[in-house]
Design a protein around this ligand. Sequence first.
Ligand code: CO8
Length: 255
Amino acid sequence: MSVKVEQHSDVAVITLDRQEALNALSFAIIDEIERAIERVAGMGVRALLVTGAGAKAFCAGADIKELRERTLDAQRRGIERGQAVFARLDTLPVASVALINGYAFGGGLELALACTFRLATRNAKMGLPEIKLGLTPGYGGTQRLPRVIGEARALEMILTGRTVDAEEAQRIGLVNRLIDGDPLEAGLAFAREFTGYSLPVLRFAREAVQRALDVPVNEGLKLEADLGTLAYRTADAEEGMAAFSEKRKPVFRDA
Ligand code: CO8
């Protein structure tokens, strides 16, 4: 198995482990990632971390050796399959955090972009270098990168294929934070910043923000009103506001 699933208290960790190819995404690994995400969906955890084994790479992208001499139909199906597997992260009940611990290129960066958050080690290097292979990004990069860093910067990264280092990635908003020390520990500490809140309410907030760039502002505001009303109806909202008034810590029950 090249994709491992572990649990660290209430946080699941998916690790791509194909170090001899810098954790590159063979089609078999895409299948394994899908199974891993489905497993996580049923684990009852409160967050998901996604990372790469070893100190060198998060993931060097699609397996270039597998991509050659395919029919156009096979290529299109492969693209759609990868897109669908990564998009499953959007509908997971919990937020996901990519721990970019080295190279994240092509499909590897696209996997990180499909996660809710991205943290990177200081030696991380990121890019969408498909153009250098005569290709374009196919696992969501052309759609998610502009949403994360804006159109002009996304076009620059995609048309030049250039590599962005960790500090630049943080400056342009490609990663949320840089990691010093052990990536897993940093990821678990980051997850703890939100795992104590109400899961249904976290989900409402995540859904409202995810849709923000997909719909016209009026529709987005309606969605915010709908989800905001649903959040208000939860017992956790009642508890949160009561705890504030009573000057105590709230005890959320995901209800
Ligand atoms: N695919 C297959 N094998 C890879 C890949 C990859 N993407 N990346 C690295 N490897 C292999 C190398 O071939 C090498 O294996 P071997 O020892 O057998 O030759 C081993 O991993 C180690 O790699 P390097 O020796 O190259 O390590 P370096 O430290 O010198 O370089 C780099 C590291 C800079 C990351 C370099 O390996 C590299 O440039 N890799 C390719 C990065 C890239 O172009 N990624 C984009 C791929 S295309 C893509 O992701 C499209 C997504 C949508 C596809 C849709 C499909 C249907």
